[in-house]
Every structure is written in C-alpha cells, then in structure tokens.
Design a protein around this ligand. Structure first.
Ligand code: ATP
Length: 379
C-alpha cells in the first residue's frame, strides 16, 4: 500500500477546465470517496492518477514516486471500472490472472493467486466461465479479484456498483469496504452516490465544477457542511431549505420567512440580509417546540409514506404555499394526508446559510440527537 498525492492538479480539455487545482493526500490504507454531481470532474481526477488521462498542470505521486510522466502500467495501481472491462474471450480465471501472465509469473504461482483471490470473492466455482456467462454481480467480483491478485499499491474504483440492482449494491458496498479494511490497501473510490460515499469511506471529498468543496470524515461533513451545496448534497432525503432573511431587531437576531420566524443566538455573526435556513428531515418532530429558540412549523400534511421502521411525511408549512418539507419520523405516527399539525425543530439542529450559500455558524451545542431512536448494541 502507498500514500497517494494530487499536487495542484489541473485538467483542461481545450477551453473546459474539468479539474481545477486539485490538492489531496490519501494516507496509506485510507479509503477516500470522491463524490459530486455529474460532470464535476471525479472520473477525470481518477484517470489522471491512473495514467489514463494526461495532466495539464501539477503532479501525482504514488508513495515516494512522482508518477506524473509514467505510463499507466508502471504506476502499480489496480482499477475497477463501471463496465468492469473484462476480456470477453477469456474465462474468469484468465481475466483475474491476466496481469500476472504479462509479468511472466509461473503458471503454478498464477493459479494459486487466482484461486486465493477467487475464494476471497466467493467466485471459486465460476472460474471456468466467460464474462457473458456471469451475472452483473459476479462480473463485478471478477473485476475486484483481478485487482487483488496484483497486490497493487492502491485500488482505484470508478462507479463499480452502478450496474448492480439496489439490493446487490447494498451487499457489494459492505463486501468492498470489508475487503479494503482486511487488505489495508489505499483506495480512491469515485461515485455520484452520496450513500456509497457516506457508508464506505474514511473521508469524503465533495467536488463541484472541477473544484473541491469540502473534505472530511462522513459525519463531520454531514454535521458541519461548509456550505449549502454540501449540506443539501449529503443526506437522503435531502436537507430541507427555507429562503428568508436574517433580521436584527431590538430583541436580538432572528430568521424570518413569511410567518415562520425563529430566534437565533446572540453569537451569530452575520449582517442582516437574505439567508437560508436548513432543516434535516430527521430533526423535524411531530409536536410543538419544547424551548425558546426552537422552530415551530404549523403545517398541512400533504403526503405520507409508511416504510415500516420510519415514515416520510411531506408538509406544506402554513403561510408558505408551494414550499414542501420532508420529515422523517420514527415508526408509524398517526398522521394522514389533510391533517393540520404542529411540527418543530430544535434550535440546536438548525443550519443557517448566508446569501452566498456559506454556512453561518449558529449551532448552540453539539448536533442534536436524531429524532429517530438510537440503535442499541446487542450484547
Ligand atoms: P460523471 O459522474 O457524469 O461521470 P464526472 O464528475 O466523473 O461525471 P468527468 O467525466 O470527470 O465528470 O468530466 C468533467 C468535465 O470534463 C465535464 O464537463 C466533461 O464534459 C468534461 N470532459 C471529460 N472528458 C472530456 C473529453 N475527453 N473531452 C472534453 N471534455 C471532457
């Protein structure tokens, strides 16, 4: 395993700046996910590290080596593509051992390594099959086994789960994360799926428009997003947002949007003006506010989705027609379409953003506990 470093890396395609001064160090054994909307530069960044795309400016390092000018095959990086890129005319065993054959390793050594990797991926019984005789999930395992046998300096994954159905994706997420931890191999993982990034990575890099927006551990980003983009990108259902204004009056600062108003702590440092309030769906409670500083939301229930363990409720806040919020409530509360109810959000769980979308720190304490019940450990 090796440390991976992007040093001020820029990629231009004619007049398009696909990646703009990208700086990132991935520590030995670390799993970093690169996430962001389509076209933000994720794949281009990965391909520049892999040696599949020339760099316009900057440098990339694998361990102590500056590999910027090395050919892809000399970088000792193993890559799993979205398409898996398996050779259709070779069996699974031949696909897995292909790179070892190129290295002129002995047949017995190749066979032993292929067998070991296939057992690890649970595909030892499929080694004689060609890719077209394998399911999507099995092909994905062959592609990962092909990486493992090479004992590379790092794994590079480019949307490796996109072609799997939702259930298989869930299983494969866990398998890849456990494998990466067991092998301790430095990993860069590109995905547009924030759930994959949140659940698999040690750290997440959020990109937008070719630039890094924020880097951090998943829950650090979730709880302390630097701006509205990051706040609304992470989380499913996404954070609710209310456009309004920060007002400073004789009694202190407050946020106001039509009839909705909430007092802010005196410590809020921001000039009065347009602002946005952010509310995570799981922080909305189906009851009146408990304390001063909490946000009260009298609302009409417009849709209810009972999912068993939790219920998603669409609300229309009274006095703010056209604005729908999503609440994520534990269990199956007795709510139905057409009900008029009191909802609230604790003051400590509110997010505030200025007119440029930057986070204004207002949180009074550590992030409030989710309204959903905590999981208890099974002894
Ligand atoms: P997706 O999730 O859709 O794969 P991405 O975040 O991986 O997107 P990239 O594929 O890295 O994005 O593309 C970044 C930008 O560079 C986009 O604007 C894209 O159109 C542009 N781009 C990528 N490859 C080329 C190319 N070969 N020629 C010109 N422009 C390109």
């Amino acid at each position: 395993m090796a440390r991976l470093v992007f040093e001020d890396v820029t990629k231009r395609f004619d007049d398009v700046v696909a990646v703009d001064r990208f700086n990132l160090t991935i520590n030995e054994g670390e799993f970093v996910a690169l996430v962001g909307p389509s076209g933000c530069g994720k794949t281009t960044s990965l391909r520049m590290l892999a040696g599949l795309e020339p760099i316009s400016d900057g440098a990339v390092h694998v361990g102590a080596t500056n590999v910027t000018r090395l050919a892809a095959r000399d970088r000792n990086l193993a890559m799993v593509f979205q398409s898996y890129a398996l050779y259709p005319h070779l069996t699974a065993a031949e696909n897995i051992g292909f790179a070892l054959t190129l290295k002129k390793m002995s047949k017995s050594e190749i066979s032993a390594r292929v067998q070991q990797a296939a057992e690890r991926m649970g595909i030892a019984h499929l080694l004689h099959r060609r890719p077209k005789e394998l399911s999507g999930g099995q092909r994905q395992r062959v592609a990962v086994a092909r990486c493992i046998v090479r004992e590379p300096a790092a794994f590079l994954f480019d949307e490796p789960l996109s072609n799997l159905d939702a259930k298989l994706r869930g299983t494969a997420r866990i398998e890849i994360t456990r494998l990466q931890k067991a092998l301790g191999i430095t990993t860069l993982y590109v995905t547009h799926d924030q759930v994959e990034a949140m659940t698999m990575a040690d750290r997440i890099v959020i990109m937008e428009g070719g630039r890094i927006r924020q880097i951090g551990a998943p829950m650090e980003l979730y709880n302390n997003p630097c701006d509205l983009f990051v706040a609304t990108f992470l989380g499913s259902p996404a954070m609710n947002v209310l456009s309004g204004a920060l007002v400073r009056g004789a009694t202190g600062a407050f946020f106001s949007a039509g009839p909705v108003s909430v007092a802010l702590p005196d410590s809020v440092e921001c000039a009065a003006g347009p602002a946005t309030l952010g509310l995570r769906p799981e922080q909305i409670r189906a009851r009146q506010a408990d304390a001063a500083g909490d946000l009260n939301l009298p609302a009409l229930v417009v849709h209810v989705e009972k999912l068993g363990a939790e219920t998603l409720v669409q609300l229309e806040v009274e006095g703010l027609p056209g604005l729908e919020l999503t609440a994520r409530l534990a269990g199956t509360p007795a709510l139905a379409r057409g009900d008029h109810c009191s909802f609230s959000v604790p003051g400590s769980a509110l997010y505030l953003f200025d007119s440029a979308g930057r986070t204004i720190p207002i949180r009074r304490a550590a992030p409030a506990a989710s309204a959903l019940p905590a999981l208890s450990a099974v002894s």
